[in-house]
Design a binder for this molecule. Structure first.
Ligand code: BEZ
Length: 254
């Protein structure tokens, strides 16, 4: 979920289905129970909201992107989807669980999200989340910065649009709000990208916001330099892999 650029929901669904396919494991850890009210925070095109509903819960999807929500409503007209900003949730004590997959790294005000999740949960409710953790896509970021600089564009660490916390950073934040953290894991999850040779370029086009504003011609040169640098490390047998590192957290509102 991102607040200030329209997502191409169809491109996302077509070329980046790994985002929600990997999320299926997290749904297992959520373990939705029949009749539970569960908020899918940053639901994107709604596939995991639908999986949660299929397990018997009353699942509500929310995302700040109108294009993602439009696609989710088209795919799953039987489910409820809302456009909302995760930094500004208005639910009060409504949910047995808040679930979030591959979203929270987009929000650089994590305190606001944690406060909203807390407010949304019933006492005893759980918060189950996975997103990019400390060191996520480190090789892709480093190669991108080098290529952008070499092409003559200024870029600095401040242009990094993502929040990739360590376990101690994120659990401290949760505990400061009152959550009991019951599970925390930081793990490497090299992620195969779709579309063969074009995989890394598709990923950069979709997600690398620091390339916005660079001309198509210069971007092509930058992509070529990034691919040259990353190929030995992230390309195997016709497939590009993103060097994802996930943080998975389960916590409970007492
Ligand atoms: C991730 O899922 O880790 C991710 C996705 C897009 C940009 C950065 C990280």
């Amino acid at each position: 979920m991102k607040v200030d650029k329209q997502w191409d929901a169809k491109f996302y669904d077509r070329q980046h289905s790994f985002v929600w396919q990997f999320g299926a494991q997290l749904v297992e850890q959520l373990s939705p129970q029949t009749g539970e009210r569960i908020l899918d925070l940053g639901c994107g095109t709604g596939h995991l909201t639908n999986e949660i509903a299929n397990l018997g819960a009353i699942a509500i999807g929310m995302d700040s992107s109108p294009t993602m929500i439009a696609q989710a409503r088209e795919s799953y007209p039987q489910l409820q989807f809302e456009i909302a900003d995760a930094r500004n949730l208005s639910f009060v004590g409504e949910f047995d669980a808040v679930f979030s997959n591959a979203v929270l790294h987009w929000i650089t005000e994590p305190e606001a999200v944690v406060a909203g999740v807390w407010q949304s949960l019933k006492p005893g409710g759980r918060f189950v989340a996975e997103f990019g953790g400390r060191g996520n896509v480190a090789a892709i970021i480093a190669a991108s910065y080098r290529a952008i600089q070499a092409a003559g564009y200024p870029i600095s660490p401040a242009d990094n649009p993502w929040y990739f916390p360590s376990i101690s950073e994120y659990t401290t934040l949760l505990e400061a709000r009152g959550f009991e953290v019951t599970f925390a894991l930081l793990f490497d999850r090299p992620t195969p990208l779709e579309d063969g040779e074009r995989g890394i370029q598709n990923w950069l086009e979709m997600f690398a916001r620091f390339l916005d504003g660079i001309s198509a011609e210069a971007k092509q040169e930058i992509f070529t330099a990034i691919e040259r640098e990353l190929r030995p490390q992230l390309y195997r047998d016709g497939t590009w892999y993103a060097d994802y590192r996930r943080i998975r957290i389960i916590s409970r509102k007492p």
